[in-house]
Design a protein around this ligand. Structure first.
Ligand code: UT7
Length: 335
């Protein structure tokens, strides 16, 4: 019996309207457009300003976009997985709320937390559900309202992040295209370099944790930078070697968008040119779990059936990895 393959068969996305520019950030902290462009490569990022709206609202809008673009009824979805580090609350899950807001009456859902690698972990999970033969339609969402955990008085972290959501539909493949391989890793010793100190069961919220700004992203930028370059490059090159993919064979690298210098270093190590790399960090910044599907969403028209694509990420935890897939449909011909 031939093994069932899992393929991405549709994409949805959503970015909030509010554009936070480097110039506006320069009025909030001691920074400049020049520094941010040189050191990070971000020009602007989107911020969810609507009162009472959260990660599940971003995710729900992305899922509605996906259902519309693929002509899928909400009733057909069997599982929804949301990768996020900014759920609306500790429970219920963001996935639970997204399913409610998009009327996925027949889906069971759960959140998955792997920071910036969350989408890759979610896609691998969804692919296994499909490959098992038990499920036919699974949605993986990457959604993060990073502005809810960013300290806008800290110039070392506030230029980096933005809010967004994007998602993919995963279904059984009808041919040899689909998810081919994954290499996913975690290393808990990296935790102290990039984390949120309070708000969990170790340090529940108190007046002290709020005053000490422990509910915001804490990052040792240089350390994370070095690990990100080394691990994303190593894993992506390893994936190319394992599957005998030459730089010319690769249609696209879809990297996590944390820093333009990281993306360029990874592409250099892989021996590919910049026009083989999806880059939208200039406009959206680091949207954590949303970066990779957000790129696919923007590039969908250019994707062709059979395209060899490597998705690659590194993030808090540490978590990192790569997924190799062959694109399953001609994006330009999708309704
Ligand atoms: O997505 C999860 C994974 N995260 C990442 O991959 C992020 C990895 N890290 C990075 O991208 C970079 O380390 C940062 C963008 C966070 C920082 O860039 P850097 O080149 O590593 O800068 P740095 O931290 O070494 O700081 C250099 C200087 C410092 O000043 P001094 O000590 O040399 O006087 C900082 O205080 O730049 C200063 N600085 C700034 N100056 C203007 C830090 N932030 C800013 C700022 N504007 N926004």
């Amino acid at each position: 019996m031939t093994k069932i393959k899992a393929a991405i068969t549709g994409i949805g996305g959503y970015v909030p309207d509010y554009v936070l520019t480097n110039d506006e950030l320069s009025t909030m902290v001691d920074t400049t457009d020049e520094w941010i462009m040189q050191r990070i490569g971000i020009k602007e990022r989107r911020i969810l300003k609507e009162p009472g709206k959260a990660t599940s609202d971003l995710g729900a809008r992305a899922v509605k976009d996906l259902l519309t673009r693929t002509g899928t009824s909400p009733d057909e979805i069997e599982v929804l997985i949301t990768a996020t580090v900014t759920p609306d609350m500790l429970f219920p899950t963001a996935s639970n709320l997204i399913a409610h807001k998009t009327r996925l009456k027949n889906a069971w859902t759960f959140d998955l937390a792997a920071a910036c690698s969350g989408f890759l972990f979610g896609l691998e999970t969804a692919a296994n559900f499909i490959e098992s033969g038990k499920y036919k339609k699974v949605i993986v969402v990457g959604s993060d309202k990073m502005s809810s955990i960013v300290d806008y008085t800290d110039r070392t972290t506030c230029p980096l992040f933005g809010d967004a959501a994007a998602c993919v539909l995963v279904e059984p493949s009808t041919d040899e295209n689909g998810v081919i391989d994954q290499m996913l890793h975690v290393d808990g010793s990296g935790g102290p370099h990039l984390h949120m100190k309070a708000g969990g069961s170790l340090r529940p919220a108190t007046q002290e944790t709020v005053e000490n700004k422990e509910h915001f992203v804490f990052q040792e930028g240089q350390t994370v930078f070095k690990f990100a370059v080394a691990n994303m490059a190593d894993i992506s090159v390893e994936m190319m070697k394992k599957h005998d993919i030459s730089p010319d064979d690769l249609a696209w690298l879809v990297p996590h968008q944390a820093n333009m210098r990281i993306i360029e270093a990874v592409a250099r190590r892989m021996g590919i040119s910049r026009d083989q790399v999806m880059i939208n960090i200039q406009r959206y910044g680091n949207t954590t779990a949303a970066t990779i599907p957000l790129c696919l969403w923007e590039w969908e028209d250019k994707l062709k059936k059979g395209d060899k694509i490597i998705l690659s990420a590194f993030g808090g935890g540490f978590t990192w990895g790569a997924i190799y897939l062959k694109w399953a449909y001609d994006g330009a011909h999708k309704a």
